[in-house]
Design a protein around this ligand. Structure first.
Ligand code: NAP
Length: 279
């Protein structure tokens, strides 16, 4: 049977992730949505996690199913321990196991330091950092229970943390967000060191400026986009598919020896472009 996505894209001829089971958090919008669709296109069955937007999540499920793989939407708040463990338990019941956990869900609650409330600080840390801890822990338990299945993948499992260039670039007015992503960097590296002997690969992807709802004000007028592009040597704002493609490759056995690394997908934002003419 010929299958294709709603935009006419075909499943890949040699699916990188054939037979693998993936869970993407925050998969009804932006980068998570593109990633869930990208993993489905690469042959994986996919759980589409969301917390609020059910209709958008169901649209993503339909798009993934059009590639001839399985998908379903699951509502869970990644900052809630029981909801995360229930989400992974249900995935094991429905799909048999999990091979790829993409801890992507994240948000911003911006304010200058002296105006930032405890609630703004805590919410961002809870979702962006504690959420990734919980998702990694529940996935790792299932990876270790199951062990390697050589015909599926050389590794026992893959955990991919969605970080940000702000894991290393300070960001005034966003101390909660930058602190959460700095935490993700060390969460990822420590888990990579701890889990590598179990043949579990933990890595991060650090997007630069990607066109999604989280940063709409930074690109939705020509003036804002021009201002943003001063920070991007490659001179274009990224698309969610730029991240999705890297996640699919990183999750595949093509990247089997990549452990504990952050892949910056940022058009050169971390090259300190201000120094191209100054300094
Ligand atoms: P987005 O379009 O706003 O998507 C955020 C997603 O996170 C939504 O699906 C949202 O679900 C979900 N989410 C929020 N709180 C959640 C919770 N408690 N539990 C489960 N899901 C939750 O933003 P995005 O740009 O795609 O961001 C995705 C990730 O990329 C984030 O970790 C972000 O920090 C990172 N990132 C983005 C950029 C960029 O330029 N866009 C750059 C660097 C890093 P609902 O819609 O259901 O609320």
């Amino acid at each position: 049977m010929e299958t294709s996505g709603s935009d006419g894209r075909q499943p890949l001829a040699h699916p990188l992730l054939k037979g693998q089971k993936a869970l993407v958090t925050g998969a009804n919008s932006g980068i998570g949505k593109a990633t869930a669709i990208g993993l489905g296109r690469a042959g994986a069955d996919v759980v589409v996690n969301y917390v609020a937007g059910r209709d958008a999540a169901e649209d993503v499920v339909r798009e993934i199913e059009s590639f001839g793989v399985r998908a379903y939407a699951h509502e869970a708040d990644v900052s809630q321990e029981k909801q995360v463990s229930d989400m992974v338990d249900r995935m094991v019941q429905k799909f048999g196991t999990i091979d790829v956990m993409v801890a992507n869900a994240g948000l911003q609650r911006d304010a200058p330091l002296t105006d930032m409330t405890m609630a703004q600080w805590q919410k961002v840390l809870d979702v962006n950092l504690t959420g990734q801890f919980l998702c990694a822990r529940e996935a790792a338990k299932e990876f270790m229970r199951r062990g390697v299945v050589p015909e599926v993948s050389r590794s026992v499992g893959k955990i991919i943390c969605m970080s940000s260039v702000h894991q290393i670039i300070p960001w005034a007015g966003h101390v909660n967000y930058a602190s959460s992503k700095g935490g993700v960097q060390m969460l990822m590296a420590t888990l990579a060191q701890e889990l590598a002997p179990h043949r579990i690969r933990v890595n991060a992807v650090a997007p630069g400026a990607i066109r999604t709802p989280i940063n709409r004000s930074a690109w939705d007028t020509p003036e804002a986009e021009a201002d943003l592009l001063r920070l991007v040597p490659y001179d274009r704002v990224g698309d969610p598919d730029d991240i999705a493609n890297v996640v699919a490759a990183l999750a595949s056995d093509l990247f089997d020896y990549v452990v504990g690394t952050t892949l910056y997908v940022d058009g050169g934002m971390t090259l300190f472009p201000g120094f191209a003419t100054g300094g």
